[in-house]
Design a binder for this molecule. Sequence first.
Ligand SMILES: O=C(O)CCC(=O)C(=O)O
Ligand SMILES: [Fe+2]
Length: 495
Amino acid sequence: MQQQQPSVRAVTIPFADLKDRGKDLGGFIEEGFGPQGLGIVSIAGVPGYPELRKRLLRLAPRIVSLPDDVKKQLEDPDSRYHFGWSRVEEKFESERWDTAKGSYFANPVFDVPTTDDELVTRYPSYCRPNIWPKDHLPELEIAFKGLGKLMLEVGLMLAHHCDRYVIQRGVGQYIGESLEKTLARSRCPKGRLLYYFPKSFSKQDEVSSWCGWHTDYGFLTGLTCGLFTRKSEEVPCPDIGTGLYVRTRDNQVVKVTLVDDELVYQIGETAEILSRGHLCATPHCVKAPSSEDASDVGRSTFVLFIQPNWDEPLKLPSEIRYHQECIPPTRTLAYGEYSERVLASFSGKSVEQTLMPQSKQRQAASTTNHRGSTTSNPRDPPPRSWGDSTRSDQNQHKKACHRREDGHLSSNDGDGRQRVPERRECTLLSVVSESRAGPLQLVDEGDQVIHGRSAGWAIPGRVAPRGGGGEIETRSRRKEAWRGETRRGRPPSRV
Ligand SMILES: O=C(O)CCC(=O)C(=O)O
Ligand SMILES: [Fe+2]
């Protein structure tokens, strides 16, 4: 017998208040995103939003009905399917794959975020260009950009009020100048138009039957209320239990009642880390309809991941509860580097593999360990030093979070990285990260610079990061890593 979860309304901020920069909305932010909040804030009365939402969501089933060969051309495996169309299976929960999801990713603001090939190789899920079905569904680009830009604009207004709230709590400058400014100058917001395929009803279905439990790893996520269709016809929500669920701070699973015409935002893990727990990431999942006569109903929705630019430095505190395995001992790395590592861990591929072009990845896959990631339960309480959180303790259990691509299964056998105190003879596979102070260099025994960063994939020699705190992952016979000391005074090397 299925248990009916309680429904909860998100705290709602009228748009007119949100856009008033001088207004103190601290109470709303705390009620929505704070340690005791639901994790969701909705914005009511955003001009133009209802029309833009409908215009875009109606296109999701139309992408699905494009011929297979057209959809194939819209795929971009080199971005780990983070641009264009994909029906990639995702694994958010340890024993279950989400299989009923199709998605279309694009940057709603920049079609070409950068023309620097090196950056494109280094940060493929942010820097690769958009793909649009110009011949087969030209209206997608306009609708996607229209809604994405509006959700970004409103998200930045919300970020301003989040800044005020966090700073009022004494956290100081927790991200660059401010969350709002950092997000505003970013060239990599990412929209995801989702279509959940109809799912045959099963009595065993959990609340996460359409999308598994997870927290978003970024900063701020904008969400629309879902739109339902049956055989291309729009239908009302087939049952009140369908849609977005959230796990509350005291470990209750609740259905969030969303209003079609309200825009919704939630917090990602990185914002929680940097705000030291004053903004709390939102564990969420999506439930499919639980009645047999709704087993032919699909759901379309749109998500906007608002995140800093790839080169924005993150200074991560030592006490964090997400993706520890992605953080170097220096605890400082660029957002792009951090998030590519997190995405790599979802894919079950090693970081160096994900920085290679697809052809090289396939070659390396036969010799390199695949890596998965486990993160702690998103509702594990944060460390005490994150302020006055009074979240209740919960069962510690591991959440595996992978994305399966090319039928490529992930495993949790570690990244093989180890600390080696001295320079040593090795073969460079790829640069994993670099310090903000300058690019990495490879030097030979006589301290001659032999190659600049990201230069190639198998260069014998000694390696040394310049500027301090860089990290290079290497493989000789055994897989080894070298973490460098500062080698100041060298001219930057680009070969
Ligand atoms: O479908 C939804 O409402 C949420 C989707 C989601 O959580 C995600 O794409 O990260
Ligand atoms: Fe999500």
